[in-house]
Design a protein around this ligand. Structure first.
Ligand SMILES: Cc1cc2nc3c(=O)[nH]c(=O)nc-3n(C[C@H](O)[C@H](O)[C@H](O)COP(=O)(O)O)c2cc1C
Length: 331
């Protein structure tokens, strides 16, 4: 075996780490194949949200998070990585290749984030009012910059209110869209063992006014779940990229995951709040407010609060690419 070739146990460690990544509605829209020293990361078109994510931007961001987890796990095994995105135009489902190097003497970056892979969970619980210190804010902004993205801390109260207002506009538009609701019923609510968002991860409804968390509930029993008071001053960041194409979305996903894991290591909880960015006109409104940063890819709420519950993942074998699986023929 070549020095840099991956052993079976290493492959398992990489896969177990990869699938802990967050994904929109916990769709887990990825597949993997191993070739010598390379892990191929493919998107799974059967798990793209046709109504909520028709252009596949959220899917690419989710796949970017998986790529980052693989980099973290490989680094924890002492192996540096080289990532190329969309390496082969003839294989459109192949989104990225992560090539691992030989085992080195020191653990390369981002190995230090490995312990936080299972601890990072989306928390839709109320956070307390404690302000995130400025040195932690700067660290998180630097983390995004390392992945080619900008983390913009939204500090002006008027702009926070505006973003939350745009989130409400998105929810109103979505409530009238039967395709979205049908799709959401497939992915949200109930007890779940493989994928999707279980009822117990939805968090409470805001006791009054507009909450800083997306209400994803569709089942009547979830819609009427308990209420709680959310923080009065939500701490939001917008993640921006200079471009707005699949490579940029993958960069945004890697930046998001580096930020979320670092935030976890600093005792912070987080929840994405992306609905204003899923409607073209609302996304344009977000962009125009700070267009010098490029294109808004994600809004994240960060703060001190309880972690969310663990959400399910499919067994890792299910993610291994089978050339004969339906829908994978385009590759
Ligand atoms: C691209 C992307 C967009 C997301 N958008 C939202 C959102 O708008 N609101 C929300 O509450 N959660 C959002 N999430 C969080 C997912 O629902 C969550 O990652 C998934 O259910 C898995 O749970 P976990 O993060 O606890 O592992 C998003 C996640 C990703 C990767």
């Amino acid at each position: 075996m070549l020095d840099h070739e991956l052993e079976a146990m290493e492959r398992e460690i990489l896969l177990e780490a990869a699938v802990l990544a967050p994904s929109m509605h916990n769709t887990q829209p990825w597949k993997f194949a191993f070739r010598d020293d390379t892990i191929e990361v493919h998107r799974d078109p059967l798990r793209q949200l046709g109504a909520e994510d028709p252009e596949g931007r959220m899917l690419c961001i989710s796949v970017g998070a998986v790529v980052f987890n693989i980099r973290v796990a490989a680094a924890s095994l002492g192996r540096a990585t080289r990532t190329s995105v969309l390496p082969d135009p003839a294989r459109p489902l192949l989104v990225a290749e992560v090539r691992v190097g030989e085992v080195g003497r020191e653990l390369p970056d981002p190995a230090g984030l490995y312990p936080y892979l299972p601890r990072r969970r989306t928390s839709r619980q109320p956070f307390d009012e404690r302000e995130i210190p400025s040195d932690v804010r700067s660290e998180l902004a630097e983390a995004a910059a390392r992945e080619g993205a900008v983390v913009e801390w939204v500090t002006e109260p008027a702009r926070v209110r505006r973003l939350l207002g745009l989130a409400v506009d998105a929810e109103i538009a979505e409530a009238d869209d039967p395709r979205r609701l049908v799709e959401r019923m497939q992915w949200v609510g109930g007890d779940r063992e493989r994928d999707g968002i279980p009822s117990d991860a939805l968090g409470p409804r805001p006791a009054e006014g507009v909450g800083p968390v997306r209400d994803l509930a569709v089942e009547p029993s979830d819609r009427l779940r308990a209420t709680a008071a959310f923080e009065r001053h939500p701490q939001l960041v917008v993640v921006w990229t200079p471009d707005d194409d699949p490579p940029a979305w993958l960069a945004a996903g890697q930046a998001m995951q580096r930020v979320l894991l670092l935030a976890t290591s600093r005792g912070l909880a987080a929840s994405p709040l992306t609905q204003p960015l899923e409607h073209a006109e609302l996304r344009e409104a977000v962009r125009q407010d700070a267009e010098r940063h490029g294109h808004p890819q994600l809004i994240l709420r960060l703060g001190y609060g309880p972690p969310g519950p663990r959400t399910p993942r499919r067994a890792v074998e299910e993610f291994l690419l089978d050339d004969t699986a339906p829908g994978m023929g385009g590759d």
